[in-house]
Every structure is written in C-alpha cells, then in structure tokens.
Design a protein around this ligand. Structure first.
Ligand code: FES
Length: 106
C-alpha cells in the first residue's frame, strides 16, 4: 500500500492507502475523494484528475508522456508542478506523498 494524502483546495485532507499498481486517480475515486472527478475514466483526455505535486516529490514521478503534457498545456489551471493523477501509479517510492487539487475541481 502507498499512503497518499489528497488535499482539497480548501485544505481538507484525505489520507488513503492506495494499492500498488493502481493510479492515484483510481485510489481517489474508489475512496470518493472530492476534487478528483476523472471524467474520462483515466484515458488522459479530461484533466479533471489534475493534482499539484510538491517540489520534493516531483523527481520521484515518472516523466510525463506526450499526451499528458498536451492535456496539461490546454488546462487553464495547470502549473509547472501539475500532473494528471490517472497517469501516476502508486509505488513504494511515493509512500507519504501529499498532493493538492485546484479550486476548479471540487
Ligand atoms: Fe481524465 Fe485523468 S482521468 S485525464
């Protein structure tokens, strides 16, 4: 299990044990974490699963695929530390990570 803390835009926290191999989006949706809508079901086509990742965790994440990069380019709330949570699988290395959601996703 990988412990991930999802922080809503208003500061409300949800700490979830995400099974290894599931994406961070799946872990959030299964546990009804508000702020991760995942309208496209993980197809990298909606950007409603976006999270902001703190600097210290960014380097532990796999590099973005072109499709994720393109989606984030089109998303108006995107920041340099934005990632799509449907493209990040839970691994041991990510245990303890905190991510925040933009105000537009709630
Ligand atoms: Fe749609 Fe991640 S769920 S882009």
């Amino acid at each position: 299990m990988t412990k991930i803390t999802y922080v809503e835009h208003d500061g409300k926290e949800h700490t979830i044990d995400v099974a290894e191999g599931l994406t961070l989006m799946e872990g959030a949706v299964k546990n009804m974490v508000p702020g991760i809508d995942a309208d496209c079901g993980g197809a990298c086509a909606c950007a409603t699963c976006m999270v902001y990742v703190p600097e210290e965790w960014l380097a532990k994440l796999p590099a973005k695929e072109d499709m994720e990069e393109t989606m984030l380019d089109f998303c108006e709330h995107s920041q340099p530390n934005s990632r799509l949570s449907c493209q990040i699988k839970a691994t041991k290395e990510l245990d303890g990570m905190r991510v925040t959601m933009p105000e537009s996703q709630h």
